[in-house]
Design a protein around this ligand. Structure first.
Ligand code: AKB
Length: 338
């Protein structure tokens, strides 16, 4: 008998930490965790199995198909926006070819099991691209269909993988004589910048928020790479995990979209700084904008409309800005670095 598992790629990353902890403790799920990096020792006992390996390794993925009954896939592995700009072709390989490999694995699994496999895909506000700062400032809350002209390799990859998910779900092998549905139940969330108290992000462009906080807590000087007036949507990590779990659990007939926005608060970098300084008054933080990274953030929306997620699957964040800082981030980072 093959064991039923939930497969999590990029398991050792930011979202992976929160997701594994929740799935193991609250849902007693058998977790098959995959990451190119070794997994955090604290997460290892929560997983049925951890494999250090690459989503580009098709031999490895083939072995997983044969060994396990994969009920759902949380495909979290990706190279984030700043890192992908330094090596766009590698970004494309990991972000797009890696996703294609996982979609192929899901098709095989669904075929074997004779039932759909859920494929949860964290997309990003990087899928948007506003042409000018003026347009960004004047566009208000952006809907899923608007301004899908990303300027980064990562954003292009995320948008394209959303389309791949739609193709596999609705049009897979549409000309084949023996056409059968792929069996993939693809569900994607466009996340804003995420802030975790437990981990620091690597290679993103919304990282100035979490970096400001973690540097202040560690008493290390920090140069914020965007202007104080820069505004972006952000979300506390427990809400990101909550969103993924809610979307996974939602009845399919309630879903009017395959890709949903979610958000919770959208401070300017100055407001972020003010929150951090209230908790760490001696922090040494300066604003030294990096024009190139600033350009990327200026192309991302300052706010997004997540009313479709609210309507279809009951989405509402638990943490507004005040709660995120006062009840989650500040106490947890103080505890972490004390
Ligand atoms: C990044 O900055 O690349 C990510 C994202 C917004 O998806 N945090």
């Amino acid at each position: 008998m093959r064991k039923e598992v939930v497969l999590i790629t990029g398991a050792n990353g930011e979202i992976g930490h929160g997701l594994i902890t929740h799935l193991a403790h609250k849902e007693k799920a058998n977790i098959l965790a995959l990451d190119v990096m070794p997994i955090d020792e604290a997460l290892r006992p929560l997983c049925e199995r951890f494999i250090q390996g690459d989503i580009l390794d098709n031999m490895l993925l083939g072995r997983l198909v044969a060994e396990y009954e994969i009920r759902a896939i949380y495909h979290l592995a990706s190279i984030l926006s700043t890192k992908a700009e330094y090596n766009p072709e590698t970004g494309h390989k990991v972000n797009v070819e890696g996703t294609l490999n996982l979609l192929r694995l899901a098709v095989e699994q669904a075929g074997w099991q004779g039932r759909p496999v859920k494929f949860l895909y964290p997309s990003s506000i990087a899928a948007y691209g506003l042409p000018t700062l003026e347009q960004k400032n004047n566009s208000g809350k952006i809907k899923e269909e608007d301004w899908c002209n990303p300027t980064t390799m990562y954003g292009c990859n995320k948008l394209y993988c959303e389309h791949l998910g739609r193709y596999y779900t609705k049009h897979y092998r549409q000309l084949a004589a023996d056409r059968t549905p792929s069996g993939i139940d693809f569900r994607a969330i466009r996340f804003p910048g995420l802030i975790s108290a437990v981990t620091t992000p690597t290679g993103g462009t919304s990282d100035y928020g979490p970096e400001m906080l973690h540097h202040a807590a560690m008493n290390i000087p920090y140069n914020c790479f965007v202007r104080p007036d820069t505004r972006l949507p952000f979300m506390a990590m427990p809400d990101a995990v909550k969103a993924l779990l809610l979307l996974e659990a939602a009845p399919k007939e309630n879903l009017s979209k395959l890709v949903y926005n979610v958000t919770s608060f959208n401070p300017s970098a100055q407001e972020f700084y003010d929150q951090v300084m209230m908790a760490f008054p001696k922090a040494d933080i300066s604003f030294i904008p990096d024009l190139s990274r600033q350009g990327i953030v200026d192309s991302w929306p300052e706010d997004i409309d997540d009313s479709a997620a609210t309507k279809d699957w009951g989405w509402a964040p638990d943490y507004n800005q005040e709660r995120a800082f006062n009840e989650y981030l500040i106490p947890a980072v103080k505890n972490r670095y004390k």
